[in-house]
Write a protein that binds this ligand. Structure first.
Ligand SMILES: Cc1cc2nc3c(=O)[nH]c(=O)nc-3n(C[C@H](O)[C@H](O)[C@H](O)COP(=O)(O)OP(=O)(O)OC[C@H]3O[C@@H](n4cnc5c(N)ncnc54)[C@H](O)[C@@H]3O)c2cc1C
Length: 417
């Protein structure tokens, strides 16, 4: 198994802060001040660093215990969509994010991390067929690209997959995928070109608090960095960072067996006739990941793995995904597994983003979410607005200290990628 966050990977840009940034003898050095410290350079922290640095340049410091994009964002399925997002306000937010990815990708010019290749999904049981048809109806009524297609049209769209002729099939032309690691690294690189400072391979071991204000961060090597605002973008590890301040972030506990936070994604290689779209078949989700390669995931297998799963068991589950892939993509029958990653979702209890300041802790801002690959650029844009002093009407729905009554009506603890 390849761990989610390899400890010893080299990073593209490593710059330690200058001496002036260090906390000295209990008082802040007056200048220069690290105005915003972002903890975590996953897709969320990277997108934020990029947007904030475009406006604030060298007032931004981004810190990661590993290297940019090597946390959950690296192993994520990365489906870019608003497909199952409800209610309307959350759907609209996700659609805005899909557009923002298109805009971002155009700004970056040549790259391979943004792939708006469409999504082909099919269902076979009567319940699943009905659900798919209803979903397409709702999405069409909301102006989203979604259509029921015949088997022959589906085969025309994606000749390299086997689609049963009795299936209900839908195509979502505006969806696609984003490769989290590459996108995060590109965003971080641009942020540093705007003047942001990046510190890697050192953990933020704690937040520095003075009275009721967070005034900086403490690094595992003993260094302290002053900040006007600390933004927690530490993904599923955020509770560790926030708990010492008495903040009980409403995330599903990653270590709880069967919590739904774990996922197993598997990369297989050696597929000559590879599909181009994202595919959602009844027992398998797959998408391209580089030439001749596919990334595989399945909801039922995700629920069968957790922290306590041994390598042998995980390898067996990975082989099960490969077997399923062979049934959907004929060219995958002889493929080989090159990577299997057990990863953790930052999964809010109600499924919605946890974004905003914390009422009784000035100087601290939280940005933690599931579906972070989809939402990152829009989340980052709205968070940047707030950090610069303008409240975002959209983020008002997602405050980290909301009560259950304030949550938009959706089932609790559910994930919809
Ligand atoms: C199996 C799976 C499938 C998914 N599928 C989809 C999908 O199809 N579409 C979608 O939109 N989303 C999907 N998601 C969710 C999505 O991947 C996450 O929401 C997103 O990657 C979270 O990004 P992040 O930046 O918050 O977290 P991460 O990528 O985990 O980044 C957090 C960073 O913080 C750093 N860090 C943590 N603690 C500290 C500390 N104390 N000090 C310094 N650094 C620290 C870590 O090293 C890491 O780099 C999926 C997730 C999983 C697991």
């Amino acid at each position: 198994m390849v761990p989610t966050e390899p400890a010893a990977l080299r990073c593209c840009v490593v710059r330690r802060l200058s001496e002036e940034m260090v906390w000295m003898s209990g008082s802040w050095k007056p200048s220069p001040t690290a105005r915003t410290v972002i903890v975590g350079a996953g897709i969320v922290g990277a997108a934020l660093a990029d947007q904030l640095a475009a406006r604030r340049g060298d007032d931004v410091v981004l810190i990661d215990r590993s290297c940019p994009g090597l946390g959950t964002s690296r192993t994520s399925f990365g489906w870019l969509n608003a497909n199952k997002k409800q209610p309307r306000v959350y759907f609209d937010f996700s659609v805005e994010a899909m557009r923002d990815w298109g805009r971002l990708a155009r700004e970056f010019g040549e790259h391979s991390w943004y792939q708006p290749v469409g999504n082909l999904a099919w269902a076979r049981s009567s319940r699943a067929r009905e659900e798919l048809a209803e979903r397409v109806d709702r999405l069409q009524a909301w102006g989203y690209g979604a259509e029921i297609v015949t088997a022959s049209r589906a085969r025309g769209l994606e000749p390299n997959v086997t689609i049963p002729s009795d299936a209900e099939i839908a195509f979502f032309p505006d969806e696609g995928y984003v490769c989290g690691r590459q996108a995060a690294q590109a965003l971080v690189q641009r942020a540093t070109s705007f003047g942001a400072r990046l510190i890697t391979d050192v953990e933020v071991s704690g937040l520095v608090v003075s009275r009721d204000r967070v005034t900086g961060v403490r690094l595992a090597d003993g260094e302290r960095i002053a900040a006007e605002t600390v933004v927690c973008c530490a993904g599923w590890r955020s509770p560790e960072l926030l708990a010492p301040l008495g903040i009980d972030l409403a995330l599903v506990t990653a270590s709880t067996p069967g919590s739904g936070t774990r996922g197993l994604t598997v990369t297989v290689d050696g597929i000559t006739l590879r599909p181009d779209c994202v595919i959602h078949a009844p027992e398998l989700d797959l998408r391209p990941t580089g030439e001749r390669r596919l990334l595989l995931e399945a909801g039922d297998i995700d629920t069968q793995v957790d922290m306590t799963s041994g390598n042998e068991y995980l390898d067996e589950r990975a082989r099960e995904l490969l077997t399923r892939a062979g049934m959907v993509v004929p060219g995958a029958a002889s493929a080989t597994i090159v990577e299997a990653s057990l990863c953790v979702r930052p999964l809010p209890l109600d499924g919605y983003p946890l974004v905003g300041p914390v009422s009784d802790q000035h100087g601290l801002y939280i940005a933690v979410t599931h579906s972070g690959i989809t939402l990152a650029p829009t989340l980052a844009r709205h968070v940047t607005l707030e950090l610069l002093g303008t409240e975002s009407p959209i983020l008002r729905h997602y405050r980290p200290d909301r009560t259950s009554r304030e949550i938009p009506q959706q089932r609790s603890a559910k994930r919809s990628c």
